[in-house]
Design a protein around this ligand. Structure first.
Ligand code: ATR
Length: 278
């Protein structure tokens, strides 16, 4: 058994996605949502270990708080500063991972996007931006710029990343300075919640982008945000946010089961949910 700890957790798309994968591979596993209040987090973690559960995902609001209740933290999760996947081994030891970075990178690689040597602009400085920046740095990006509305968060993230990647050019700018950087960047990522259903779109003019620039969005509801639609109209390559969501899951599946994830089965389950408006 595996599951997800969050509060609330009823809208998570992970249970049907993983359960479809278990079924497709004929594995006798099940993925269960666990609504856990913040004050119950520690006992929930110990309870899952005691029950012999193989692992779990962690979502809002527990991604940082769970770290102090785990035995080990993987290096990428340590740099990101948050855990979204926990593996419980046979002797009950817990190890925390963050599969968001791998998820984003896999979503690029499956569309044949090269990261090594690129100049990357990440708009946003929250948890998703942190994970994406770590993934891009690990894959050999040449330059990273963080653009964010709240300047202090952009500065803090850039300073934090420099500690682990001192040889890479890592900068930050206020959101208002982002347009000036567009012509310079190979990969541009919206890592804010702008463009999500019920939120205003991210208004950045991409007219000056390089013709081979790749434009990515972490928002997956809707899959084609206004930001991406405008990029596509300009003939730019786009990467939609459902890929990162899918692949944070394929990576977690592999960590828990040791099997290759049935990517197409999981993609289909996810697309069915996204298309049904869940
Ligand atoms: P997540 O963990 O999903 O990244 P988060 O930590 O709440 O979520 O971060 C949300 C990001 O979206 C932040 O970069 C936030 O900018 P601020 O740091 O200035 O808050 C950005 N964001 C959300 N709404 C925004 C808006 N209306 N305009 C600009 N940026 C916005």
């Amino acid at each position: 058994m595996v599951g997800i700890l969050g509060y609330p957790v009823d809208h998570s798309l992970s249970p049907p996605m993983h359960n479809a994968a278990f079924q497709a591979l004929g594995l006798d596993w099940v993925y269960v949502p666990f609504p856990v209040r913040p004050e119950a987090l520690e006992s929930a973690v110990h309870g899952l270990v005691a029950c012999g559960v193989r692992g779990f995902n962690v979502t809002v609001p527990h991604k940082v708080a769970v770290m102090k209740h785990l035995d080990e933290i993987d290096n990428t999760a340590r740099i990101i500063g948050a855990v979204n996947t926990v593996v419980i081994n046979s002797d009950g030891r817990t190890r925390g991972y963050n599969t968001d970075a791998d998820g984003f990178i896999r979503s690029l690689y499956e569309e044949s996007v090269n990261v090594k040597g690129t100049a990357v602009l990440i708009i946003g400085a929250g948890g998703a931006a942190r994970a994406i920046a770590c993934g891009m740095l690990r894959e050999g990006a040449r330059e990273i710029v963080i653009g964010n509305r709240t300047q202090e968060k952009a500065r803090n993230l850039a300073e934090h990343l420099k500690k682990s990647y001192s040889q890479v050019d890592i900068k930050w700018v206020p959101l208002t300075n982002v347009p000036a950087l567009i012509p310079h960047c190979d990969i541009i990522v919206n890592a804010t919640s702008l463009g999500m259903k019920g939120q205003p779109p991210l208004e950045i003019d991409l007219s000056s982008a390089k013709p081979d620039a790749v434009i990515c969005d972490i928002v997956y509801s809707p899959i084609h945000t206004e930001f991406l639609s405008r990029a596509r109209e300009k003939g730019l390559k786009i990467i939609t946010g459902d890929g990162m969501l899918l692949h944070q899951g394929t990576k977690a599946f592999e960590l828990w089961t040791g099997h290759d994830a049935p990517v197409d089965v999981m993609r289909r389950a996810l697309n069915d949910l996204l298309n049904s408006g869940s």
